[in-house]
Structures are given as C-alpha cells and as structure tokens.
Ligand binder design. Sequence first.
Ligand code: SF4
Ligand code: SF4
Length: 391
Amino acid sequence: MIRKIRHESPGEYLSGLFNITPEFKRFNARNDIFNRAVWDDRVNAKDFFRSYDIANYKPKASKGFDHWDYAFRNASWHLTDQIGERHAREDGKVEGFTNYYTLNAPGSPTKVVIDDPVEATHRIKLAARMFGAGNCGICEVDDRWLYTHTFNRKTGGNPEMDLPKHLKYAILLIIPMDHRLSKTYPTALSGASTGLGYTTGLSCAVSLAQFITNLGFEAVASMNDTALNIPMAIAAGLGEYGRHGLLITPQFGPNIRITKVFTDLPLVADQPIEFGVKTFCEECQLCASACPARAIPSGKPQAEPPSISSLSGITKYTVDADKCFKFWVGMNSDCAICIRVCPYNKDFSKWWHHLALSWSRWRWVRRILLFMEKKLQFGAKLSSASWWAGH
Ligand code: SF4
Ligand code: SF4
C-alpha cells in the first residue's frame, strides 16, 4: 500500500525524516568522490577512468570482464560521454556530471499560455514517459539539495553554483535499468546497465528540457550535477530512502537512475510517499552483508558522515563513498551488488511482487519475504555467460 504524506510540506517531511540540524551544510561538488579523483591523492582512479576508453581496457580472468563485456559497457556510455564532454576540452565542464546540460537550440520566443497548471503537469509527465522515463514527479526546488559549488575537472576550479534562482520547480525522472542485466553486477558487463540508464536519462532530460523551452519557458536538464537527486526524488513522491543510500521506488525498486529538469513552467508539486521501506530496512541488512567493501552501515542511521564525500548535519544511512569507490577502482567497473540483492529489486508490474509489496506493511509478511529472499536467493548473481546466452 502506498501512502501519500499530505500533512506537511515535502521540505518539512525531509527535515523530520533525516533529522536535519542547524549544522547541516549544503554539498560542495568538489567533494564528490569522482571529482576528488582529480585533486585528492587518496582517490587514485586513473586506471578505472582509462578503462572506459576501449583502447585501454584490461581483460580479467574472471567472467564478465572480457573484450565483449568492456566493448558493450563502453558503447552504452558512448553518447553520455560524447554529449557530456563536448565542451570539456575548452571549458573543463563535464555536462551531466559537473555541470548541467547546455541546450542545443533556442526555444520559442513566445510563451504558451498556462491556464491550468494541473493540465500542464499532466502533459509534462506524459511527455517525460514518452522520452523514456519510467516515472516522473515534481517538487519545488529546495535550496538545501543544491550544490554550493560546481567543480571544474580541467582547472580544479570550484566556482559557485550558477543555477538561475527563478527555476522554481524540478521535474524528477526515474529511468529504470534493465533488470536482467543488473543481475550481473558486479562485472564490466553489468556496467552496461548503468551506462544504458545514463544514456536514456540524458536523452529523457535533454528532450524534456527542449520541449519546455519550445513552449517558451526556461528549462535546464541535469543528471548527477547541480543538486542531489535522491532527496529531491523523495520530495517529488517517487520513492523512499534505503539503507544502501539509494532511492527505492514502488515500480522498479532501487534498479533505477535519476535525472531531472529545472524549470520556471508553473507546475503542481507532488507529495512524498511511504510504502514500508523504512521499517523493512530496519529489519533487513542484506545490502550491508553483501557489500564487499563493507561500505553500507549495518546499524542505525548515523549522524556522523563517514567521509568528506557525505553530507553533515543530517542523520541517515550513509554509504562510505571512499570504501565503495575503492572497490570500483580495484575492479575497473562500477558495482551495484547492493541493488542486486535488495528485496525491493523486483519487477513490480508482476502481480505477485506487487501483492508482496502491498502486504509488506505487516511484520509477519516481511519476515516471510526476507526468509524466502535468503532461501531462494532471488538476489543471486547471473553469470555473464547466461546473460549473453539470451533471454
Ligand atoms: S556499490 Fe558495491 S561497494 Fe558500493 S556500497 Fe553498493 S555493494 Fe558496496
Ligand atoms: S537490501 Fe534490505 S536493508 Fe538494504 S536497502 Fe534493500 S531492503 Fe533496505
């Protein structure tokens, strides 16, 4: 059962959910673990990044890391890299990761008349689905989730965030990743699930931003740059926060990517939802136990940030980004074992999973679900050979 939280504003809801204190500080993108690889000697990721150029991949003896796997993974990232880095040589901006996307074409000089924001919201959400989103939600921009500064990977510069202040709304886009491909995490092959998620997310966000611009309003497409996606997606009613630090959606579980569009088009904001994730995570520790880097906390939500790549002044389950990324670097590919093993990593369009989700509000059901999850190994890894053998 999905419950909409209507008794308070999304901002107040998030303040209570994460016990945000006056010590809370907005995040500086310089401290993002990928950006730290540029300036922090403790994060040595040269071989990791190099492997995304097929000329430099190094095959491994373990399955899922051969030439086919790297070729497929790197191809899945190709458009994201090409478009994201189109100006990087000149200005150091990596669009989608350090800076938001620049639009290719100016929009309409006249604004469409918006008489009915409810109808406008419906049309925007419909267009978002057509552009590839599995789900879409709206929130008002909450400054707490905006980065204070961007980061320039060429110069090491750390200029202030320049998102125009009048872009009052954010449209959050949920991009489902391929369920079967995600079962092969962690391999070079499974990195294609991530890459495809980003490429679809890029296409969806940029197309939606262009659509809004064509209507005469302003729109900025954004991926991992500019603001934290997860709290904004919670505010936009798209899911709940999991122990693995990821958004869990009622449609696709955590097997998703998130992109967004900031706009001044008048829209109707959504309300946060709850469907039992908080209680489930208190009883389940599958992600924490399965994490090879021991980066996911197994206890209660913590107030102390594990590293400078985390927020402070907030109490939540926080993944140790240093430990997590070190594992990625050692493997030369990204890992998402925590997504693979999560009991919410199901296709909820199947009625039996949907029923289990609805009934998981009862403790005895959660216990049975967890027992079955472990016994039947729903989160077991799919071999790369099985994946390549077809569906
Ligand atoms: S991505 Fe892998 S290493 Fe990182 S937290 Fe998840 S399971 Fe652990
Ligand atoms: S694996 Fe279990 S504890 Fe971890 S996020 Fe999923 S439900 Fe929560």
